[in-house]
Ligand binder design. Structure first.
Ligand code: NAP
Length: 279
C-alpha cells in the first residue's frame, strides 16, 4: 500500500507498450460535456518503471489511473484493492481516497450495468452459461455471483482453467466440458461469450442458438466487430442482446466518477463517437 497526496484533476491509462485505446475519447467526451477542466492521457510505462510511477502518481499530476496490460496484477499489489479487484485478481482502476491509493476492477460493473440497461430482467431468466475462463471471464463470473445468480455454468476449451476458476468462486459456479453445451443451452437464461472467438481475425463461436429458450439473453464481450456473428444470430432469433462496446463504455463510468466527482451517463452520442473510431 502506498501513501501520497492527491493533486490535479487529470487521469491516465498506464500500459506498455502504449496501445491504441478508446479511453481518452470516452473521458474527454465526458469532461467536455460537463465543462470539467481536466485531462486523460496515455502513459507508456515499462514494467521496471511501473512501481515508481504508481507510488508517485499524484506527483506525476494524476488523481487516478486506468491500468492495462501488462500491469494489472502488479497494480493489485501496489494499492489497497477492493473486493472486486481481489476476486478478479487484477486492478484496472486506481484512485485516491484521501492519502491512500485504492484500486478496483470496473469490468465487473461494466458488464452488469450494460446488461441492466440492454436487457432489464436478465437476472431472472434462469441459469447463466459463461464461455471462456480467461481474465475477462473472472470479472463476468464475479459480477454474476455478486448479483446472486444461483447457477453459473462455466465452459472453456481448456477445462482445467474452468475448474480452477469455479473452485475459487464457490459452489454456484459449475465447470462444464465444452462438449456438453448442447445439454446446457436449453436451460440457459443468460449466455455470455468471454472467449476471443468472433473477434476479427478469429473463427466465429460456433454454437446452435436454436437450443436457447425464447426469453434468453445473449451477451458478447467482443466488440471488434461491433456485431459479432453470435450477436447477429441471437438477434435473428429475436433474442435480447448486450454487446461488448456497451460493456466497454459502462466500465469507464466508475473511473470518471472516482477521479472527477461526477457520475457520467453512457449516451447514444458517446456510443456513436466510439463506434466511429472502431470502424
Ligand atoms: P484471455 O485471458 O486471453 O482468455 C481468452 C479465452 O478465450 C480463454 O478462455 C481461451 O480458452 C478462449 N479461446 C481463445 N481461442 C479459442 C478458441 N480458438 N476456441 C475456444 N476458446 C478459445 O482473454 P481475455 O482478457 O479474457 O479477453 C477475452 C475477450 O474479451 C477478448 O476478445 C477481449 O477483447 C474481450 N474483452 C472485452 C471487454 C469489454 O469491455 N467489452 C473487457 C475485457 C475483455 P483457453 O483457456 O482454452 O485458451
Amino acid at each position: 500500500m502506498m501513501i501520497a497526496e492527491t493533486t490535479g484533476r487529470a487521469a491516465c491509462l498506464i500500459g506498455w507498450p502504449a496501445a491504441h485505446s478508446r479511453s481518452p475519447l470516452i473521458h474527454h467526451y465526458w469532461l467536455r460535456l460537463h465543462g470539467i477542466t481536466g485531462g486523460y492521457s496515455i502513459e507508456a510505462i515499462p514494467p521496471e518503471g511501473f512501481a515508481e510511477f504508481v507510488m508517485h502518481l499524484s506527483t506525476h499530476g494524476f488523481a487516478g489511473a486506468n491500468v492495462t496490460i501488462p500491469h494489472k496484477e502488479r497494480a493489485l499489489q501496489l494499492t489497497e484493492p477492493d473486493e472486486r479487484a481481489r476476486a478478479v485478481g487484477a486492478a484496472n482502476t486506481l484512485y485516491y481516497d484521501g492519502a491512500v491509493l485504492r484500486s478496483t476492477n470496473t469490468d465487473v460493473e461494466g458488464f452488469i450495468s450494460n446488461l441492466d440497461v440492454a436487457a432489464p430482467g436478465w437476472d431472472r431468466t434462469g441459469d447463466a452459461l459463461v464461455l471462456g475462463a480467461g481474465g475477462a471471464s473472472r470479472a463476468v463470473v464475479f459480477g454474476l455471483v455478486e448479483r446472486g445468480i444461483p447457477r453459473i455454468h462455466l465452459a472453456n476449451r481448456t477445462m482445467e482453467r474452468a475448474r480452477v476458476l469455479a473452485d475459487q468462486f464457490g459452489a454456484r459456479v459449475i465447470p462444464a466440458a465444452w462438449n456438453t453445451l448442447g445439454e446446457l443451452l436449453p436451460r440457459t437464461g443468460l449466455l455470455v461469450n468471454t472467449t476471443s472467438l468472433g473477434m476479427n481475425g478469429q473463427p466465429p463461436l460456433d454454437i446452435d442458438l436454436a437450443l436457447l429458450p425464447r426469453d434468453a439473453v445473449v451477451a458478447d464481450l467482443v466488440y471488434v466487430p461491433l456485431e459479432t456473428p453470435l450477436l447477429s444470430a441471437a438477434r435473428a432469433r429475436g433474442l435480447r442482446t448486450a454487446d461488448g462496446l456497451g460493456m466497454l463504455l459502462h466500465q469507464a463510468v466508475r473511473g470518471f466518477e472516482l477521479w472527477f466527482g461526477l457520475r457520467p451517463a453512457v449516451t447514444q452520442e458517446l456510443r456513436a463517437l466510439v463506434e466511429a473510431d472502431l470502424l
